[in-house]
Design a protein. Structure first.
Length: 53
C-alpha cells in the first residue's frame, strides 16, 4: 500500500507526498489490527484486561 501511494503522491508532492503515503499506510495497518482485536474474543478480553489495570 505504501509503495502504491508513494508512486501516486511523490511525483506531485515530493517529500510531503512520501510522508503522507507513509502515514496513510500506517493508519491502515492500525485499523486492520483494531479490527482483528475487536473481532476476536480472546484478544478483545486480553486487551480489555490490560486497559482496566
Amino acid at each position: 500500500m505504501n509503495v502504491a501511494l508513494a508512486f501516486a503522491l511523490v511525483p506531485s508532492f515530493g517529500a510531503e507526498g512520501a510522508a503522507s503515503a507513509f502515514l496513510i499506510a500506517e493508519a491502515a495497518i492500525l485499523a486492520a489490527y483494531l479490527v482483528a482485536i475487536v473481532g476476536t474474543l480472546p484478544l478483545r478480553s486480553h486487551f480489555t484486561q490490560l486497559l482496566n489495570r
